[in-house]
Design a protein. Structure first.
Length: 301
């Protein structure tokens, strides 16, 4: 009995640590999003994405060299890792273009539909079995997205649709990650993604009008890149700390920060339909996470 109690206490303690780390990661990701959204008001998108990506590569590269044998760099040419980088380039660019044009809470809410996309893609590409409960949650989640995107006879919110498409790409990227050789260290994958996005942004300078950067712009993008790298690290620590199904649900705490930041800096307050869409979307995502937890427990027993 005492052993079982001790095991339970250990799991709860690990989950608490993971929850704190995940919530902290979502807050620093929001700092990153806020800073690059402000920077995009005076700089072209490719410059913001390129400079931030290269700076993030420096931070992550330093961690890589400090913690990983140099021989592991050979994985940077692994074909499936390069495929993941390509997906991340397109997904990141499309999402950030939408983020620069939309209220930050709206873009963040749409990005929260990732678990819904992953559920659908797990059926289509991985052959996983999904019951009626999770399909109902998927339908509710997509209804929430429709309330946020709000198509009408006058037209669609194309920026919202762009964010929706980017979220689908990121979900496919996460599914595709399972096909990468498991021997590839996580930090190598993170470094490759940051570097590829940064290099692509810099390459766009040939067709975009980059502008001279003052200390304010360098400070904003340098801080954004540092917070981005810290957030990635904290997410990894969080997911390794305890039960993924419990800790993963706290990704949604980012939406709270997005609403607060959007109101405090830009004066954006979601209307009633957007709030309803957010509630449906987050509720559907949390229910999908819950069903994954129930299913995993059933398999374990």
């Amino acid at each position: 009995m005492s052993t079982a109690t001790g095991d339970t206490a250990g799991v709860l303690a690990a989950n608490r640590r993971g929850i704190v780390l995940m919530s902290a990661a979502m807050s620093v990701f929001m700092v990153n999003d806020t800073l690059i959204k402000i920077a995009s008001e005076t700089m072209p998108a490719s410059q913001v994405i390129g400079v931030r990506g290269m700076m993030a590569s420096i931070w992550i590269g330093a961690v890589l060299l400090a913690t990983t044998p140099v021989r592991e760099l050979r994985w940077l040419g692994e074909p499936r890792l390069l495929g993941r980088c390509a997906l991340d380039i397109v997904g990141t660019f499309t999402y950030l273009l939408a983020l620069f044009a939309l209220p930050i809470a709206t873009a963040t809410a749409i990005n929260m539909s990732t678990p819904i996309f992953i559920t659908v893609m797990a059926v289509l590409w991985l052959g996983e079995s999904v019951g009626w409960r999770r399909w109902s949650a998927v339908a509710a989640g997509f209804l929430g997205v429709l309330l946020i995107v709000r198509p009408s006879p006058e037209g669609l919110n194309w920026w919202a649709l762009l964010a929706f498409g980017a979220t689908g790409l990121h979900a496919f990227r996460d599914i595709y990650t399972r096909r990468i050789n498991p021997r590839v260290p996580s930090v190598v994958i993170t470094f490759a993604n940051a570097l590829s996005v940064g290099l692509f942004g810099c390459a766009m300078a040939v067709i975009d009008d980059w502008r001279p950067m003052g200390w304010r712009e360098w400070a904003m993008l340098g801080t954004a890149s540092l917070f981005l790298a810290i957030g990635y690290h904290w997410v990894v620590l969080a997911m390794r700390a305890g039960e993924a199904s419990v800790i993963g649900a706290f990704r949604y705490s980012g939406l709270i920060w997005a609403v607060i930041v959007g109101w405090a800096i830009w004066g954006h307050i979601p209307d009633a339909l957007t709030w309803a869409g957010m509630v449906l979307l987050v509720g559907a995502g949390l229910y999908i996470v819950h069903r994954e937890y129930v299913r995993a427990r059933a398999v374990a027993t």
